[in-house]
Design a protein around this ligand. Structure first.
Ligand code: FES
Ligand SMILES: [Fe+2]
Length: 416
């Protein structure tokens, strides 16, 4: 078991067993509502690629924890976001998932008409009436941020913390990747029968890897030891100079990327030698998305809570247009691998969810290797205004991180 001495020497693990979150937090509707309001209602949530809204008036609709929103490409060229609710008597404005507005958003109920920037322009057949000022009835706006060709929304609108302040540090890990110019070559969508937190907890540990992910453990040898990084091993100092992937992390010798055979078919420009050699880098932007960056492509994995025990998982694989255009390019060789891993993780998440309702099971317990799960759960507690659990000074788990930031990149486990 770790002690203070080991912690000072840079060991990642927890020094003692820690109580996990209450089991009821994974299925009770009142807790779900609380998390939607206090976490998802205040966080930057990844929606889609900006190139899925190429023209003025193009829109997409989404639901963030039960809040229906619209994002629209405005006449000014920027993406605008609104609650999908008419200011007259609250009708939904739009029931399609995607489409194009002809320069106006018209409520299908009594035809109030809004500009693509959300301003109320006309009130249908209604006559002017005292006590009504059109300027006060624009659509309720949400905040929108764009980074690397990705569109993020924050339901808090003007109250949202600045995007760069929240995610700038985490995104610096993949700053060399030419995100803006990449295009989507493949998509995956699945509904998981689990609470959204289960997904992140599974993402944040590799104790399950040897059993659940045999193929991944071959590609990333350290995962086969049930850990994610060199310093997850209490004896790490004895092997501190050992550069073998089994000790240091990263892909097996000879492999370049996440694909069925480990081979890359192209290479993105602008990556440093170190970035190319690492084989995998992550930016994790809680609560909605992580971005896995490889030498030849990028994968964006997003989750959206649908209900206490249902979560939508989507993945997008991004490539250079030149890569996709190559006649010899084998897309499936890349996409099959992460799809396999995501399917395996989805199964594990659903398994975890199924057992949580047992009457005597009040909560789980976190073991030494589950320091990232602990950090995630502490992040949840903090976001909900609950006391955080203290950890020994100097330990990895004692470091405070602001809402919305998570982990360090590069040396991490792959989720699903
Ligand atoms: S509810 Fe939209 S115009 Fe009446
Ligand atoms: Fe996994």
């Amino acid at each position: 078991m770790a002690d203070d001495r080991i912690l000072e020497e840079g060991f990642n693990g927890l020094a003692s067993a820690q109580p996990a979150l209450p089991a009821a937090w994974y299925f009770e509707p009142a807790q779900f509502d609380r998390e939607m309001r206090d976490i998802w209602g205040k966080s930057w949530v990844y929606l889609c690629r900006a190139d899925s809204l190429p023209h003025t008036g193009d829109f997409r609709s989404f639901s963030i924890g039960g809040q229906e929103i619209l994002v629209v490409r405005g006449e000014d060229g920027a993406v605008h976001g609104f609650f999908n609710t008419c200011r007259h008597r609250g009708s939904a404005l739009c029931t399609s998932e995607t489409g194009r507005f002809e320069r106006r958003i018209v409520c299908p109920y009594h035809q109030w008409t809004y500009g693509l920037d959300g301003r109320l322009l006309a009130t249908g057949r209604m006559r002017p009436v005292a006590g009504f000022d059109r300027a006060e009835y624009g659509l309720h706006a949400i905040a929108i941020a764009e980074w690397g060709g990705c569109v993020f929304a924050n339901l808090a609108g003007d109250g949202a913390s600045p995007f760069k302040e929240v995610f700038g540090g985490e995104l610096s890990f993949i700053a060399s990747w030419p995100m803006e110019t990449l295009v989507t070559g493949h998509r995956y969508r699945k509904e998981l029968a689990c609470n959204w937190k289960i997904f992140w907890e599974n993402f944040n540990e590799c104790l399950h890897c040897p059993n659940i992910h045999p193929e991944l453990c071959e590609l990333v040898p350290i995962y086969g030891r049930g850990i994610m990084a060199r310093r997850d091993d209490p004896e790490w100092q004895a092997h501190a100079d050992d550069g073998a992937p089994l000790r240091s992390g990263g892909l097996r010798t000879g492999a370049d990327t996440w694909s069925m055979d480990g081979a890359a078919q192209d290479e993105l420009p602008g990556l440093s030698h170190e970035e190319r050699a690492s084989g995998q880098r992550y930016a994790t932007l809680l609560p909605s998305v992580f971005i896995a960056a490889h030498v030849d492509y990028v994968r964006i994995v997003r989750l959206m809570p649908l209900s206490p025990e249902r979560t939508e998982l989507t993945a997008e694989w991004l490539f250079r247009p030149e890569t996709l255009a190559r006649p010899d390019f084998d897309l499936a060789r890349i996409t099959d691998f992460a799809t396999l891993v995501m399917e395996q993780d989805g199964m594990a998440c659903e398994l975890n969810q199924r057992g949580l309702r047992a009457a005597p099971f009040e909560r789980g317990v976190l073991m030494q290797e589950e320091y990232e799960v602990f950090l995630f759960q502490d992040w949840i507690r903090e976001a909900l205004g609950e006391p955080r659990l203290s950890q020994p000074a100097g330990s990895r788990a004692s470091r405070r991180r602001p809402l919305g930031t998570e982990k360090q990149s590069g040396d991490h486990h792959e989720p699903g």
